[in-house]
Design a binder for this molecule. Structure first.
Ligand code: TXA
Ligand code: MG
Length: 354
């Protein structure tokens, strides 16, 4: 299949450029086609959420297991009632505060949503993204766009159109190129179908920020326990995911100790003939004499780290390094989500020093 790549964006006033291309892409969605598009978190691979066949095509294009449900993206709050039932008050309170934005809510699904979209579940994930192109596309596409991250299953999520092109060119009808995304990590997922609201995937909106609005929120036990028998509730969180091809290990401890230990490990690997990637903060990159050292951003700027994380992991793939060592970064704020994604990318391999 020939994939059309259309450059899109908004000018300084927020007016959308390439309106015609977005309308054409919307028409394709209505007819069951697939369109990748930018959101404020990561690029999404969109299909019509109300057509069982579109969901099947999404799974095929991504190589994704079909029991891993999709997020339905909407552009109007009033559309929530078409796809969800028994919506609790907390959903409206959260929508009022955080939509459009990087928050996905799990609710009971209505008859309108096919089981293909929800991976067989009776619940549906819903999000209203905060990106002018995404909102325009959703409206042009009929209002309900199922979209997982636009990467091949298992690879790091795409934060630039080039990443989407790498993974999906030739497999989908259109890629809307809106440049680099703003946040760089997937949305926070909150489950509102249980007694107590539960975060199933940490993201830009922290647990504390959610509690400020709706009171007590818990973290899914499957995300925080060391007990690998407790599975995360979001099916997608159980797969090795966000992962570079090389084996990655996180080195945790005081920065000076971490730097010394990574230097030691790197020297050993190189002596044995392997190539090494190092993921480091701006403050420490000059300290590593060997290895392919990538700068993830300043230790003091978690948002910068979030923006660069997936791009760095993809660069390690491109350079075909054999092993990767990563420093650890602050856990505060979006640092929670960064740590969660790093742990998944590393298959939970962490070495603590000293
Ligand atoms: O920021 C984002 O959320 C991006 C952009 C494109 O919006 N989308 C995204 O979708 O990250 P995806 O498919 O890569 O991740 C969706 C996650 C998966 O872990 C999936 O298992 C979980 O949401 N999920 C979806 N529906 C669910 C449901 N009904 N119950 C529990 N988890 C669900
Ligand atoms: Mg994904």
């Amino acid at each position: 299949m020939e994939t059309e790549i259309i450059k899109v964006g908004a000018d300084a006033t927020g007016a959308i450029l390439e309106q015609e291309g977005i309308l054409r892409a919307g028409a394709l969605l209505k007819n069951g086609g697939l369109v990748a598009f930018p959101t404020e978190t990561v690029y999404g691979l969109g299909g019509n959420a109300l057509l069982p066949n579109a969901a099947k095509k999404i799974y095929a294009a991504k190589g994704r297991p079909s029991d891993n449900p999709l997020i339905v993206h909407i552009a109007e709050l009033s559309d929530l009632e078409r796809i969800a039932i028994e919506i609790p008050e907390a959903a409206y309170t959260l929508a009022d505060r955080f939509w459009p934005g990087p928050l996905t809510m799990i609710l009971k699904k209505s008859e309108a949503v096919p089981l293909e979209t929800t991976g067989g579940l009776s619940t549906v994930a819903v999000r209203m993204p905060n990106h002018p192109v995404a909102l325009a596309l959703i409206r042009a596409g009929g209002g309900f766009v199922a979209a997982p991250s636009a990467n091949t299953s298992g690879r790091p999520s795409p934060t630039k159109a080039a990443h989407v092109i790498e993974d999906l060119r030739g497999k989908i009808e259109v890629i809307l190129d809106g440049g680099a995304v703003g946040i760089g990590l997937e949305s926070t997922i909150i489950d509102l179908t249980e007694e107590q609201p539960t975060v199933l995937r940490p993201g830009y909106i922290t647990l504390e920020a959610l509690e400020d609005v709706i009171g007590p929120v818990q973290m899914d036990r499957g995300l925080i326990t060391e007990d690998s028998k407790v599975a995360p509730k979001a099916p997608g969180m159980k797969y090795r995911h966000y992962a570079p091809k090389a084996e990655m290990t996180l080195i945790d401890g005081a920065p000076e100790d971490v730097i010394s230990y990574i230097k030691e490990l790197t020297a050993e690997q190189i002596a044995e003939g392997r190539t090494v990637g190092i993921l480091a903060a701006e403050e420490s990159i000059s300290r590593y004499p060997q290895g392919l050292v990538l700068c993830i951003g300043s230790r003091a700027d978690a948002e910068e780290i979030a923006q660069h994380l997936y791009d760095c992991l993809r660069q390690f793939d491109e350079e075909k390094v054999d092993v990767i060592y990563s420093e650890c970064f602050s856990d505060a704020g979006i640092g929670q989500a960064i740590r969660n994604r790093l742990l998944k990318a590393a298959g939970h391999r962490v070495l603590r020093v000293p």
